[in-house]
Design a binder for this molecule. Structure first.
Ligand SMILES: Nc1ncnc2c1ncn2[C@@H]1O[C@H](COP(=O)(O)OP(=O)(O)OP(=O)(O)O)[C@@H](O)[C@H]1O
Ligand SMILES: [Mg+2]
Length: 335
């Protein structure tokens, strides 16, 4: 029995970006050996895990390859190639990866608009989708940390205590607030928030699933529906019974963090989204270690006070000091 493992084309191909795709049906003996052979086969049978290639085949020359190539349209205005394949594995979200995460090399990111410009970062709505594929499409929130002079640095002082910066050039630049230093800080905040999201998501704390981090940009699960972001708790009008339910969810999330020795560090009704009755914690670059950070207890206490003050002023009675005491107990119970 003979198989022709090679796809041959003698037609000159137009210079363009091509996605290697598996021949369908793939000859069994091809099985992508020799190409990322150590990697498990990708779930999508039409992709090869090979990066797209820019090809220019001179007229009359023959392209001989074990794959077929599908020409991809170039990204248009407000678009880019999906950055998924360009980030290193450690900069991708934790397993098990939700099924909606798009990993195809053929995906394009399309900027859909600004969700909110904040003090330290801007949050954009983007769509990551494979053109022509109805299933392979997902809306994501892109949080981009600012690295410009007008960034507000109120968080940088206390929260960074105890975190080490290895490269002394980075340390000096951060202290000197040079342009380069600001970039380093912005990237550090993005990395810190991404790390916190990964850790907390894996613990089951309700936070957006972190898809990837790339420099100063975090891509994460979009909390909302039909491209409309879920409201912040501060904007929600709720009945007493609903309020009690929200408080319980938040207290439980705080308990789960405290049992892990951590506090959000900037918790308020502005950093809690309410998505169809489910409360999700956002804005986590400054997650603090309650015990080892010299300011940890103060941040935990402030979180408790911010949350309880909001609930008390909306008619749900709760005691911030009682909550604080319980969480401190949980934080120390690991020692
Ligand atoms: N994953 C998400 N899904 C939906 N909306 C989001 C998401 N992340 C952020 N947002 C929206 O963007 C806003 C700003 O996000 P975040 O609080 O993380 O950034 P920030 O720069 O700290 O903003 P601020 O200075 O307003 O606190 C949120 O209040 C929320 O409305
Ligand atoms: Mg915020």
């Amino acid at each position: 029995m003979s198989h022709d493992p090679l796809t041959r084309t003698t037609e000159p191909l137009p210079a363009a970006r091509y996605l290697p795709v598996r021949p369908d049906p793939a000859p069994a003996h091809l099985a992508l050996t020799g190409v990322g052979a150590a990697d498990p086969a990708p779930a999508d049978p039409t992709t090869t895990d090979l990066p797209p290639v820019d090809l220019e085949v001179p007229e009359g020359a023959a392209l001989v390859a074990p794959f077929e190539f599908r020409a991809l349209a170039d990204p248009g205005e407000g678009q880019r190639w999906s950055t998924w394949s360009s980030v290193v594995k450690g900069a991708r979200g934790p397993q098990p990866r939700p099924s909606w995460v798009i990993t195809s090399q053929a995906a394009i990111d399309t900027e859909l608009g600004v969700l909110k410009t904040g003090k330290e970062a801007d949050v954009f709505l983007i769509e990551r989708a494979v053109p022509g594929s109805a299933e392979q499409t997902a809306v994501l929130a892109a949080k981009r940390y600012r690295d410009r002079e007008h960034r507000n640095f109120h968080r940088d002082a206390g929260y960074l205590e105890g975190r080490s910066v290895r490269r002394s050039r980075d340390q000096r630049a951060m202290q000197g607030r040079t342009r380069y230093g600001m970039q380093v800080l912005a990237g550090q905040w993005a990395m810190a928030e991404f790390g916190a999201l990964c850790h907390l998501w894996s613990l089951g704390v309700p936070v957006p699933y972190p898809v990837q981090v790339d420099g100063t940009e975090i891509l994460m699960e979009f909390i909302g529906s039909d491209r409309v972001a879920a409201p912040r708790l501060a904007q929600v009008r709720a009945e007493p019974a609903e309020l009690a339910g929200y408080f319980d969810q938040i207290a439980n999330a705080m308990r789960a963090m405290a049992a892990n020795g951590q506090a959000h560090g900037d918790l308020s009704a502005y950093n809690l989204l309410v998505d169809q009755g489910r409360v999700v914690l956002i804005d986590l670059p400054q997650v603090v270690d309650v015990v080892s950070n010299p300011n940890g207890m103060d941040y935990l206490q402030r979180d408790c006070r911010n949350v309880c003050t909001w609930f008390n002023s909306h008619g749900h009675r709760c005691d911030p000091e009682e909550l604080f005491g319980e969480l401190v107990g949980l934080a120390f119970s690991q020692y």
